[in-house]
Design a protein around this ligand. Structure first.
Ligand code: HEM
Length: 422
């Protein structure tokens, strides 16, 4: 599969396309081929869309790659955490986080998730219009702070953490720009606000329950490693799941038959609060809804790597120093792997194990998302709590997507919530 060279005649598009409309730009590239090369003056960039090349990059030849420039620069914000470090250090950091994601811990988290979901919806009034992304963000912050930091935040604290988190996450987008790292040295009010927000999150992590330090600190670093990890878990663990739920409710509000089917499956189960994991195991349709949502709206819509050695993708030489970009958005919407690719059809997952590299919302290989099982459980439990009690009617027009660090809606998704009679 030789790489298609990006036609030089389209240089103006090359200069502006990736910034102005990153998704449209990727779609245009995907029309050129499954592996497209652009020779930038500093290094070549390869855009890889086919599952076989994705597998080569994330799994088969993963030791020849490190994370791309964007994630490297995140060290300025997140310090040294499992998300940002490489090699042996990564293996160590990842191993130290594993206890937080063991099955026994997940079972404990399940009760927190259900409780916080009830608490969030108890503030909703019948027939009220809500901004669903805001609500899901508040909810996932409350959950992540309680399970990962051991802190049960009140509504005011959640609001201020939410502002700090969005200021930090917004800076990720700036860091991705060429010379974006230099921006942090400028004496601008936005940079000052960003550092203040970062300090707020670090102080929050310092308040975390001491057992977390014992679990994930390395014992001789005064907890600084643990703080980097806890801030990472808070950031990585709330924004992506909030978006998954936001897009899921947006899609369900427009597909009443799917919503009804999900309700029928949930309402047959009476044991959600007593034994959440067993209940979820009996309602696989919730997982199918979320799988389909992550296919259509993958919160992580691009994954970057840099080759630290020469590699060969199906006969094409990728030189050391080249960048490779993968895009869940493009591969998930490829009609060769998904018939009727833009239709929302959870049934397509009912008899299918989403294990091929045509489905990469959580990445793959040694850097696959460590929070994946937690995210599935959190999403399923929140849907199982919300759907039987509330109706959702979309009252804003369908939003465009806003591809920044994650895939957010460009305008608020406003939903009228009405209580269902039991
Ligand atoms: C729907 C929810 C989520 C999605 C779509 C998602 C997506 C991803 C993706 C694509 C990666 C790999 C990035 C790469 O290879 O460059 C990743 C890594 C990671 N995610 Fe998630 N994530 C989600 C939820 C979570 C949660 C809940 C947590 C933690 C509580 C988490 C923590 C992490 C960490 C620490 C890494 C780095 C893993 C490593 O490099 O070893 N994520 N995530």
């Amino acid at each position: 599969m030789a790489a298609k060279r990006y036609p030089l005649a389209r240089v103006p598009q090359l200069l502006f396309g990736p910034r102005r409309d990153p998704i449209g730009w990727l779609e245009a590239l995907a029309r050129e081929g499954d592996l497209v090369k652009i020779q930038f003056p500093s290094a070549p960039v390869y855009y890889a869309f086919h599952p076989e090349i994705i597998r080569e990059c994330l799994v088969t030849q993963q030791s020849s790659f490190q994370k791309g420039r964007g994630i490297q620069r995140l060290r300025l914000i997140l310090g040294e955490s499992a998300l940002t470090v490489e090699g042996e250090k990564h293996v160590e950091r990842r191993r130290s986080l594993q206890p937080l994601f063991r099955q026994e811990r997940l079972n404990d988290y399940a009760h927190v998730i259900i409780e916080r979901a009830y608490e969030t919806t108890s503030c909703w009034r019948d027939a009220e219009t809500i901004d669903i992304a805001n609500e899901m963000t508040r909810l996932t912050i409350a959950i992540a702070s309680q399970v990962f930091l051991g802190l049960r935040l009140n509504a005011d604290e959640i609001a201020s953490v939410s502002i700090a988190l969005s200021q930090v996450v917004d800076m990720f987008g700036v860091l991705m720009l060429p010379w974006g790292d230099n921006f942090l040295r400028l004496p601008l009010p936005s940079v000052k606000r960003f550092f203040a927000a970062r300090d707020t999150l670090r102080s929050l992590a310092r308040r975390a329950h001491s057992h977390l330090y014992t679990d994930i600190g390395d014992g001789n670093d005064n907890g600084e490693f643990a703080i980097d990890e806890l801030v990472t878990l808070l950031i990585a663990g709330h924004e992506t799941t909030a978006l998954m739920l936001t897009w899921a409710i947006y899609l369900l509000a427009q597909h009443p038959a799917v919503l009804e089917k999900a309700r029928c499956h949930i309402e047959r189960q009476q044991t959600l609060e007593q034994s959440p994991s067993e209940t979820l195991a009996r309602v696989p349709f919730l997982r199918a809804i979320l799988a389909e949502t992550l296919r259509l709206y993958p919160p992580v819509w691009g994954i970057g790597r840099r080759a630290n050695a020469q590699v060969i993708f199906d006969g094409e030489i990728i030189p050391e120093g080249a960048f490779v970009t993968l895009s869940p958005w493009i591969t998930h919407r490829d009609a060769r792997f998904y018939p009727a690719p833009v239709s929302f059809c959870p049934e397509r997952w009912e008899n299918r194990n989403p294990s091929t590299y045509a489905y990469i919302p959580f990445g793959g290989g040694a850097r696959r998302c460590i929070g994946e099982n937690f995210a599935w459980m959190e999403g399923e439990l929140i849907l199982a709590t919300l759907l039987p009690r509330w109706n959702f009617k979309l009252v804003s027009s369908p939003p465009d997507v806003k591809p920044g660090f994650t895939l957010r809606p460009r305008s608020p998704i406003l939903v009228r919530v009405t209580q269902r009679s039991k």
